[in-house]
Design a protein around this ligand. Structure first.
Ligand code: PLP
Length: 363
């Protein structure tokens, strides 16, 4: 039999459950519901560090490159696989957007119904479009995220429906795979790991992942964990819940994080920090990453770099150390916001002369 030389029966990357199976609570009986998530780029921020004159080995883990455009896929592959194993008929979540996009996509893949409860106020249109296209039942609540979460908790205590918010332990399990990948990509654990913090599931998951790799003897050290909240939504920094959280970074607009304790443990066990960054700092980092590194992330994602830049100015880091920033979601989720923030106006019906002027200016 003749086969083309390019044909490989092997799947190049089977998704996080296949790749890191022994770290997850799955058996041969667990149906693997996957969109081949994970294996996202870890890019050295060569241009940013040069431009800002920063003496760090700075890396960007672009988790916006996951199938639905955010790290939520890592947790959802496991949550939906376990829901399918338990013969769940429906899953439900409260979400500011990315959780609902991922839950809807993985539920569609599993042939399970999804119900999505979104808080009132601004929701990025891309995320809403995803939930609708994947066939989820979408309901907008007259209340904020925390109230939406309380409502879905009440629903699952009364109906045989699986909750897939990050209080579902399988979400945290799946999300820890990003820490494994970073170690595998670098060849060691970074000295510092920086990330945005909203509901705090992800920082809890990364810390768990790093610790497991150390326990297994795959890495010799764990990183110092740095979490960054938006100044208008910084309950962990202020030490108490916030009733009306406000920030442009809607994915981290959360006043009472579900994984509060996990975030504090990650901070204290790793000798790290949870700090706040202003919306101005977040948007500035958002633009810097896109313009200098070719990575278009969400505003919330940029809180990680904003925080690193803030701490760098305070001489927090030892020079030359390895710092990884997680960029949690894709910028295309909210193009309206991006166009607004860019401050650019597009010249309509430009004449050749105007094109020439631009060319002369930039050459
Ligand atoms: C969910 C999300 C976050 C916050 O993660 P938590 O686990 O809630 O702390 C940050 N950025 C993006 C893009 C998200 O979707």
């Amino acid at each position: 039999m003749v086969t083309d030389r390019c044909s490989r029966s092997k799947i190049l990357w089977g998704g996080i459950i296949e790749e890191y199976r022994k770290f997850f609570p799955v058996t041969e009986k667990t149906p693997v519901i996957t969109l081949q998530e994970g294996n996202t780029p870890l890019l050295k921020a060569v241009n940013l560090t040069k431009r800002l004159n920063i003496e760090l080995d700075l890396f960007l883990k672009f988790d916006g490159a996951n199938p639905t455009g955010s790290f939520k896929d890592r947790g959802m592959t496991l949550a939906l696989s376990k829901a399918a194993e338990d013969n769940a008929k429906a899953v439900i979540c409260a979400s500011t957007g990315n959780t609902s996009a991922a839950a809807s996509a993985y539920a569609a893949r599993a042939g399970i119904k999804a119900i999505v409860v979104i808080p009132e106020g601004k929701i990025a249109l891309g995320k809403l479009a995803q939930a609708l296209m994947h066939g989820a039942h979408v309901l907008q609540l007259n209340g904020n995220f925390d109230e939406a979460l309380n409502m879905v908790k009440e629903v699952v205590s009364n109906y045989p429906i699986t909750l897939v918010n990050s209080i579902n332990p399988y979400r945290i399990e799946g999300q820890k795979s990003a820490a494994f990948e970073i170690c595998d990509q670098l060849g060691f654990a970074p000295r510092y790991h920086a990330m945005p913090v909203g509901n705090a599931g992800n920082i809890t998951a990364y810390w768990k992942g790093y610790k497991e790799y150390k326990t297994e003897g795959i890495v010799s050290k764990t990183p110092v964990m740095l979490g960054f909240q938006a100044a208008g939504a910084a309950p962990l920094v202020n030490g108490k819940p916030i009733e009306k959280p406000e920030t442009v970074a809607t994915a981290i607009r959360i006043g009472n994080p579900a994984s509060w304790k996990g975030a504090i443990s990650a901070r204290d066990e790793s000798g790290g920090k949870i700090d706040a960054v202003t919306d101005e700092e977040i948007l500035s980092a958002y633009k810097l990453i896109a313009a200098n590194e070719g990575i278009f992330c969400e505003p919330a994602s940029a809180a990680s770099l904003a925080g690193v830049l803030k701490l760098y100015k305070q001489n927090y880091f030892e020079k030359g150390e390895t710092v990884v920033c997680t960029l949690t979601g894709h910028g295309l989720k909210d193009p309206d916001n991006a166009i607004k923030v860019s401050g650019e106006t597009i010249k309509v019906r430009a004449e050749f002369n105007e094109v020439k002027k631009v060319i002369e200016r930039i050459l």
